[in-house]
Design a binder for this molecule. Structure first.
Ligand SMILES: *Cc1c(COP(=O)(O)O)cnc(C)c1O
Length: 374
């Protein structure tokens, strides 16, 4: 699905040099590269504070910890996402309230969010799924009206631009709500050589608290004001990410080009719904995900595998049907859009090293399968 080796080869001298400098310094924790990378990411995102941490799941957990939520408080999020989004809500003894997604963008449905609000609701976690922003204008309006926090899960959409269509203001996904969270998992848009994550905020007090929470709840060493965690981005990862950050937009452009190629190839194929980008956002295509119409997905993926072509399903089981998240409030049929997507989505390889020749082979195999099975 990705070609991390090819991507590394293109910037190997800079990466290797960055790693060498850290090795020589032996400042493996909180070395100068960490601050430097945070500053560069703040500049890129146009956000006041970036606080790096151990991974994207920790970023979400830290965000919720910083908001002083109490056990039983309700947090609304989407039923169609990676488990981490709901996991941290449950871990903190908060109550995840799931809502359905929109059939065209697969992102959280603002109307469903509105309907799910109760007096116990404290926060909304929109997920900018597959690389495009959720409808932040509507979500922020709902949040303001009901005095709710908004934690953006932008693990898949780092670099995407959200446009407020009312005033034309453009902001990076993840910098619009109370706190934004991202992941530097190797296959993400900005991938480390291991785990990594970050939270962003424009709120000075929240930033200070987030920084403390990620470091055992302390500001002054051995003086602990909060029950915190130990979650850090190590210096080696920061040094690597700092090199790769300079290429983030170029990587997004490469994936956008690859997405256009697929879109054109599949345009006339009635069994394939190509991805739809909402008017208010750019799409950085963390994933290229299509919806299959009356296609035996398992057979198609098997056919592709036989031709050495990768494909994947994100996500085959909606959150409310996962064993760990079964809850008497929810059952099969409650989130029809999510459930239909789980049965019919398929993602194809999309990364910075794709060439038209490779894509020709991939798209050709997909279309061949359709023709054979009509
Ligand atoms: C990857 C991902 C996460 C978690 O990030 P990790 O760094 O793997 O912990 C959270 N939410 C979404 C939507 C993701 O895709």
């Amino acid at each position: 699905m990705v070609d991390l080796k090819g991507q590394y080869q293109k910037i190997k001298p800079q990466i290797d040099e960055a790693i060498r400098v850290v090795m020589e310094s032996t400042a493996f924790i909180n070395g100068p590269a960490v601050k430097r990378f945070q500053k560069h990411l703040e500049d890129y995102l146009q956000v006041k504070h970036v606080i790096t941490c151990g991974n994207g799941t920790d970023a979400l957990q830290l965000a919720l910890m910083a908001l002083d939520l109490q056990p039983g408080d309700e947090v609304i999020t989407t039923s169609f996402t990676f488990v981490a989004t709901a996991e941290v809500i449950a871990l903190l003894k908060l109550t995840p309230v799931l809502v359905d997604v929109l059939p065209d963008t697969y992102n959280i449905d603002p109307r469903a969010v509105k309907e799910a609000i109760t007096p116990r609701t404290k926060a909304i976690i929109p997920v900018h799924l597959f690389g495009q922003a959720a409808d932040m204008q509507q979500i922020m309006e709902i949040a303001r009206e009901h005095n709710l926090f908004v934690v953006e899960d932008t693990a898949q959409a780092l670099g995407a631009d959200f446009t407020n269509l009312k005033n034309g203001k453009i902001q990076k996904a993840g910098t619009i709500g109370t706190i934004g969270c991202t992941s530097f998992f190797p296959s993400k848009n900005l991938g480390a050589f291991g785990d990594g994550g970050a939270v962003f905020t424009n709120d000075d007090a929240l930033a200070e608290k987030l920084r403390m929470l990620a470091n055992h709840g302390m500001k002054i060493r051995y003086h602990h004001d909060y029950v915190g965690v130990n979650s850090r981005l190590d210096t080696l990862q920061a040094a690597i990410l700092d090199v790769k950050l300079a290429h983030l937009d170029e990587y997004a452009a490469a994936r956008q080009k690859a997405a256009s190629f697929y879109n054109e190839a599949f345009a006339g194929c009635k069994e394939i719904n190509i991805p739809v980008t909402a008017r208010f956002t750019s799409h950085v295509f963390h994933q290229y995900t299509v919806v299959l119409q009356d296609v035996d997905r398992k057979a198609l993926m098997g056919y592709l595998a036989e031709h050495d072509i990768a494909s994947a399903v994100y996500y085959p089981v909606p959150l409310h049907l996962q064993k760990a998240y079964r809850d008497k409030r929810y059952g099969e049929g409650d989130f029809p859009v999510t459930e239909a997507l789980s049965r019919s989505v398929m993602s194809l390889p999309i990364h910075t090293e794709l060439t038209p020749e490779i894509q020709e082979v991939i798209a050709g195999a997909v279309l061949e399968f359709m023709h054979k099975n009509r």
